[in-house]
Write a protein that binds this ligand. Structure first.
Ligand SMILES: [Zn+2]
Length: 145
């Protein structure tokens, strides 16, 4: 179950090396910095007619930004009408979704290596990568990078 729900980050972590070249060329997600592969409409299209009818377009300009699929589907059609508000939601979402990875202590790669080549060792090494990728994504979403 956990593996399934965290599939995106695990896949991203496992192919991080392969991704590095692609990531250099890819447009980063507006929210988390992962390679973007979708367009996010702000405010969501479902609200645009209402916003237009209320004359609120100057306050909530209609824009499209690039985002990764995970952020895009996490945001869905939620009534979050600006980029900063959407970034805050993503930071909270990532902290909740990847909480168990974020709790992994700050072992060095050498210490993780000492845990051996068995299931525990590889689980921890994989977890460290997911944790570090998630930390970077949260920093980006919180505007610290
Ligand atoms: Zn993203």
């Amino acid at each position: 179950m956990a593996r399934k729900t965290n599939g995106y980050a695990i896949r991203a972590a496992q192919s991080e090396k392969r991704h590095l070249d692609a990531r250099d060329n890819a447009v980063p997600c507006t929210y988390c910095g992962m390679p973007a592969d979708s367009i996010d409409h702000i405010p969501p299209r479902a609200y645009r007619e209402f916003i237009r009818a209320q004359g609120l377009e100057a306050r909530y300009p209609f824009i499209e930004v690039m985002s990764c699929r995970e952020c895009n589907s996490a945001l869905g059609a939620r009534a979050l009408w600006t980029v900063p508000v959407r970034k805050r939601r993503i930071a909270a979402y990532l902290k909740r979704k990847y909480a168990k990875y974020l709790r992994i202590p700050d072992w060095t790669p050498a210490e993780a290596e000492e845990m051996g080549g068995g299931m525990l060792g590889s689980y921890i090494r994989e977890g460290l990568i997911v944790r570090d990728v998630t930390r970077d994504r949260i920093k980006r979403a919180e505007g610290k990078t």
